[in-house]
Design a binder for this molecule. Structure first.
Ligand code: ATP
Ligand code: MG
Length: 235
């Protein structure tokens, strides 16, 4: 088990968002977390990444308890969080943003290999390597955010809504990139509003509703689930 979340409660101030959330991601798995707006998907990823302290429950990564660690420690341990708010350095070039993502990697050779891999994954970033991140299109920024998340050579990639706001062809590029990453052995926990596509490309999925895990199972089986069909697939 790479990631194990047990009985997680979390929230903001007086607002409790997550109620007894338990989930796991095995090594090499591609797992989805889907659910309606405001269900707590982003909050779940933030809590795993150490950006919000859990109120109750435990999070284990590679068998170690990480739920009391600071975010930078968690990222050093191999979890990379690609958030929907992107957080790119807009006044720096694409290339510089990518190199900043590699700050935990000490081995220069390894950094360059990963950079090559990211440029191979997103040729468009390579073409625009010297362009300022702030002048990229929305889709290109998404690619840069994912690319930067890859630069630390994470064992687990948490990706929040990579297709949000993208045209269908760019969405396809992003999903293809995730598919490639997965084939390279990267373990991925993906939050997505594009439930149909997501359930087609992932192994397993959790459905989060009002802060609770409402359903879980193999993605193929969830595609046939009556509630999933009605609530998310418009059937
Ligand atoms: N920083 C914050 N302070 C207070 N409340 C917050 C904060 N961030 C999120 N919330 C609230 O927590 C709840 C869950 O939000 P969260 O962002 O986790 O949902 P989500 O499932 O990611 O939704 P979406 O699909 O819209 O991205 C929402 O009611 C939201 O308003
Ligand atoms: Mg969200």
């Amino acid at each position: 088990m790479l990631l194990e979340v047990k009985g997680l409660n979390a929230g903001y101030g007086f607002l409790q968002v997550l109620w007894d959330v338990s989930l796991y991601v095995a090594q090499g798995e591609f797992v989805a977390l889907v659910g309606p707006n405001g269900a707590g998907k982003t909050t779940t990823l933030r809590t795993i990444a150490g950006l919000i302290p859990p109120r109750q429950g435990e999070i284990f990564f590679k068998g170690e308890l990480i739920s009391k660690l600071a975010a930078h420690k968690i990222s050093q341990m191999g979890i990379s969080f690609v958030s929907e708010s992107l957080n790119l350095f807009t006044a720096m070039s694409v290339h510089e943003n990518l190199l900043l993502g590699a700050y935990v990697v000490r081995d220069r050779q390894k950094q360059l290999e990963t950079l090559d891999f990211v440029y191979h994954l997103f040729p468009r970033l390579k073409e625009r390597r010297n362009q300022l991140a702030g002048t990229l299109s929305g889709g290109e920024r998404k690619m840069l955010a994912i690319g930067r998340g890859m630069m630390s050579n994470p064992d687990l990639l948490l990706v929040d809504e990579p297709s949000l706001g993208l045209a269908p062809n760019l969405t396809l590029d992003v999903f293809n990139a995730l598919e490639t990453l997965r084939q390279q052995g990267v373990t991925i926990l993906l939050v997505e509003q594009n439930v149909n596509t997501t359930l087609h490309i992932t192994d397993r999925a959790y459905v989060l509703e009002q802060g609770r895990i409402a359903l879980e199972g193999k993605s193929k089986e969830l595609l046939e689930n009556k509630h999933v069909k009605e609530a998310f697939l418009g059937m």
